[in-house]
Design a protein around this ligand. Sequence first.
Ligand code: NAD
Length: 319
Amino acid sequence: MAPTLKLNSGYEMPQVGFGLWKVDQATAADTVYNAIKAGYRLFDGACDYGNEKECGEGVARAIKDGLVKREDLFIVSKLWQTFHDEDKVEPITRKQLADWQIDYFDLFLIHFPAALEYVDPSVRYPPGWFYDGESEVRWSKTTLQQTWGAMEKLVEKGLARSIGVSNYQAQSVYDALIYAKIRPATLQIEHHPYLQQPDLVNLAQKEGIVVTAYSSFGPTGFMELDMPRAKSAAPLMEHAAIKEIAAKHKKTPAQVLLRWATQRGLAVIPKTSRPEVLAQNLDSTNFDLDSSDLEKIAEMDLNIRFNKPTNYFSADKLF
Ligand code: NAD
């Protein structure tokens, strides 16, 4: 079982969890079930991943079979951008909870700090970026402050125990801290040796916000999408420095990449559909990198971001 981190909401969050992006609907229920069997307790989902119903089936089966109780699990989901308007937040959260077959999220995050015009779930779900499902981006005028207010109501109503943000940069974190009645419990960001964002991590940690690293393996997670930027980057697990550190500690490169984050107080949510790799990723917190390892990894920062809209579609659709 993974160690836990204490959130500013008072709840404990597992430091190693399981990421559900790109887990297809056909395998999601079994994947979640097997991950619970392997010892995972935190699941990182989202409306946008299009598999919450199937993930919920995996959870329900695990509970029915007596593998876990609901309170043993830490289920995370995210508010998609088309639901930022204040009156849309609660209804969509209730739909997402129904898909998961649960009555509260342990943590609910604003997925991206950019509001899009509402798309009714009966028209298209998940809605994605485009209003017409193809190419038209329509921005909403709802501010992040208004959306955060609606997120706070989810806590008041017991629909989310903790709330947080994702893909915020320093400015939006500082801004949220000014208006928040409930401070963000976590900040989920892309974080790997090629995109370290040390100032953002420091500021969040100093403000008592737990940082969750996503895409800990850098380009690897984006190769599945055939993303040219990811395909042209050197795979982190084959990087000479990472391999050398792994050999020194008798660990795998993946374990080194995860430990680099968890040793510095971050949570991680790696994704794999291979059963043999599940255990390896969970079992990545029982060794420490030394200062020379940390220095070598610090030197690898290239400030390369894989998860940005313009890596998925051309910028002229956005502006
Ligand atoms: P990841 O960094 O976890 O990499 C996944 C890839 O690495 C897969 O191809 C997998 O087969 C491979 N892999 C996993 N463990 C391995 C191991 N031990 N050895 C060798 N290969 C291994 O990728 P990710 O999916 O980009 O990120 C993880 C999770 O983070 C997502 O599933 C999602 O939950 C979350 N996420 C959030 C956002 C956001 O905007 N908030 C964006 C991206 C991802």
